[in-house]
Design a protein around this ligand. Structure first.
Ligand SMILES: [Zn+2]
Length: 467
């Protein structure tokens, strides 16, 4: 009995301390009232004025912004001017060299010498970084392969052929990013793996949740020790077609022509602006996105929208005259898509700077309806953020959970306490991702602006409450 009583006592003591602990972390009624009032102001200004949405329209009018392109430099100077016009503090360009690859104007995959399908052209686009074909293209049999395991099993049959990686995006995941990361290796590593077995080219079924015929591109890699082979993405419908055609006519041949080209690295820049903190100006909260995009569409969701949200966090604070204790820094990183040079360059700066980087937020999963934030940090830090949820709920943020921060902020590593990813609803993101579908018209102003308000609220809480 004594054992039982002491056991119960231990439980009571633990319960007492855990309740006490939670209460100690809670925002005081006074603070909660203050934040709730400010949240209403931020949300209504963001939804009513749609300033970011209109800025995104302007940015998208410049066109696609692939690293190293003339357009990317236009967008950089546009962004710099907008930050200066907005009256932000210390607007500056951080120089960084970036890869420079151009798609060219020849992209053709045509079925030839076929009993049934001669002349059928597939809707394809070169993957970013691919080498060109010779001017007359490469002509080879196509072999359909679903997985890297199957590639190994079929090694004997792959030599001299074009490998068609046909496995579709797995739609069974609720989180579309899981479906994506499951499939993306065929795109990024497919050329290396296929070339190991003697393939002469790669066609990858577009990694998309949409059953249309737009090629969805993205970065791909080569190895210095394995022969480089041209690599393209095919539209989903034409991938279905190709799969059926090969079944009907094994040994089907394709002529593939590309004239894309890699140039020497080009000069580029991250675009950076601050809103100086009033009490701790040397402590920094970053809000960010990446300014570069793929060259199809105009990167409205990926990641023009994310950049503009970061911009408007500063703008909302400024236009509502909300002073923050810590400095809020907006960063438009360059070159997330095919090198992350901008993120790496800023991380170097952060490592050598006397400033303290408290937290970094990145918005790079589309600008859809807010859902939550995912945090790459110690559990104790994520725990500290939980009492902020009642305020963030106002902008439909339902959770702050452990997870990935973002590609550009990843390299800040231990130089920042928390790397935080903005998590909007992602059901439609991969309909658009890295394709001609990613245009301004696909952005919904209320969804984007509510997300902006959510990120602004988190930024404010980080600045005022610390971690
Ligand atoms: Zn992105």
């Amino acid at each position: 009995l004594i054992n039982r009583i002491s056991g119960i006592l231990v439980v009571i003591v633990i319960l007492f301390f855990s309740i006490f602990d939670i209460q100690a972390q809670k925002l005081s009624d006074e603070k909660l009232k203050y934040y709730n009032q400010i949240a209403d102001e931020i949300i209504s200004s963001s939804l009513n004025e749609r300033k970011g949405y209109e800025l995104l329209r302007e940015l998208c009018e410049i066109g696609p912004r692939l690293s190293g392109s003339e357009n990317s430099l236009k967008a950089i100077s546009w962004a710099e001017n907008k930050m200066k016009d907005a009256g932000f503090d210390s607007v500056w360009l951080q120089p960084v060299m970036v890869p420079h690859w151009e798609r060219g104007d020849v992209e053709k995959a045509v079925i030839i010498e076929s009993k049934y399908f001669t002349g059928k052209e597939l809707n394809i686009a070169a993957l970013g970084g691919s080498i060109a074909t010779p001017p007359n293209g490469i002509t080879a049999e196509v072999i359909e392969i679903r997985s890297f395991e199957e590639l190994k099993e079929q090694s004997e049959n792959v030599k001299g052929k074009i490998v068609f990686f046909s496995q579709p995006f797995d739609q069974s995941f609720v989180n579309t990013f899981s479906g994506y990361s499951n499939a993306v290796k065929k795109r990024s590593e497919g050329a290396i793996e296929a070339s190991k077995h003697g393939a002469v080219g790669v066609i990858v079924r577009s990694i998309t949740t949409k059953f249309d015929n737009q090629p969805h591109v993205g970065g791909m890699r080569y190895s210095d020790t394995i022969p480089k082979i041209p690599s393209v993405a095919a539209g989903y419908l034409d991938s279905d077609f190709l799969s059926e055609a090969i079944k009907k006519e094994p040994g089907l041949k394709i002529n593939l022509k590309l004239n894309c080209q890699t140039f020497p690295d080009a000069q580029s820049y991250n675009v950076i602006a601050d809103l100086k903190g009033t009490e701790k100006p040397d402590e920094i909260v970053i809000v960010s996105g990446h300014l570069d995009s793929w060259d199809l569409g105009c990167g409205a969701h990926d990641d023009g929208g994310g950049c503009i949200q970061a911009f408007e966090v500063l703008d909302l604070l400024k236009r509502l005259d909300i002073k923050t204790k810590r400095t809020i820094r907006c960063i438009f990183y360059i070159n997330e898509e095919n090198g992350v040079r901008g993120g790496i360059e800023y991380a170097k700066y952060a490592e050598n700077s006397s400033e303290i980087h408290l937290a970094a937020i990145e918005s790079d999963r589309g600008v859809f309806t807010p859902r939550g934030f995912t945090v790459d940090a110690d559990s104790s830090i994520i725990e500290k953020m939980q009492p902020w949820l009642p305020v963030l709920n106002k902008a439909q943020i339902n959770h702050i959970i452990k997870g990935y921060g973002g590609v550009d902020i990843y390299y800040l590593r231990d130089n920042v306490k928390a790397k935080i990813g903005y998590e909007p609803d992602a059901q439609r993101y991969f309909d658009l991702h890295h394709s001609a579908n990613d245009v301004f018209e696909e952005v919904h102003p209320r969804e984007m602006q509510l997300g902006t308000a959510a990120i602004t609220l988190l930024t404010l809480l980080l600045s005022e409450e610390g971690l």
